[in-house]
Design a protein around this ligand. Structure first.
Ligand SMILES: CC(C)(COP(=O)(O)OP(=O)(O)OC[C@H]1O[C@@H](n2cnc3c(N)ncnc32)[C@H](O)[C@@H]1OP(=O)(O)O)[C@@H](O)C(=O)NCCC(=O)NCCS
Length: 160
């Protein structure tokens, strides 16, 4: 049994500037570009925690609350919320930032499930997550509820 690891050990931040190539005709970020950065940020966080190559197994529903425009900054932050066995959940929060005024606003957040893969290409157990604060406890409890809902949805989609 390996020592549980704190979420701070794998917490990952990324900062991007929104260029015209990342935007739609309104000058707002393409949702797909934001999603790609979210997946990258979460994957780095996942692999820092697992110490193994990880694949994205799923992404829960999300809604874009406010746009980020060309010339503005995209802040991303990912942290592990709960470890199950070979799978575990990573929360990614995305904020927009006006670099001239330092104004920051929430854009979107999502929960991604990663699965750690061993040298033989099979799912393998990852280190447990150390829970130190009330916030850690709350995120973990909510993650377990979401996992049950995911498993139930997958079972229903597979026909029972
Ligand atoms: C994710 C993947 C490795 C799971 O493989 P599998 O043979 O179904 O493995 P298992 O059924 O043993 O499941 C392994 C774990 O993944 C979880 N899992 C599998 N599919 C999942 C999904 N869609 N959503 C959430 N969790 C999932 C299982 O609950 C299990 O969790 P646990 O070990 O913590 O109990 C496999 O489906 C896969 O390779 N998918 C494609 C991944 C990919 O290409 N991602 C995009 C690029 S990175």
């Amino acid at each position: 049994m390996t020592t549980p690891l704190p979420s701070d050990a794998s917490r990952t931040t990324m900062t991007e500037i929104l260029l015209p190539t990342h935007a739609n005709a309104l000058g707002n970020a393409f949702g797909g570009q934001i999603l790609a950065w979210m997946d990258i940020c979460a994957a780095i966080c996942a692999q820092r925690h697992a110490g193994l190559v990880c694949v994205t197994a799923g992404l829960d529903d999300l809604s874009f609350e406010r746009p980020i425009k060309v010339g503005e900054v995209v802040q991303l932050e990912a942290r592990v919320t709960a470890v199950f066995r070979s799978s575990f959940e990573v929360r990614v929060v995305v904020r927009g930032e006006n670099p001239l005024t330092h104004t920051v606003w929430p854009c979107v957040e999502a929960y991604l499930t990663f699965v750690a893969i061993d040298a033989g290409g099979k799912p393998t157990a990852v280190p447990a997550l150390a829970v130190a604060t009330q916030d850690d406890e709350r995120l973990k409890a909510n993650a377990h509820v979401r996992r049950e809902q995911r498993l139930a949805r997958r079972k229903a989609a597979a026909g029972g």
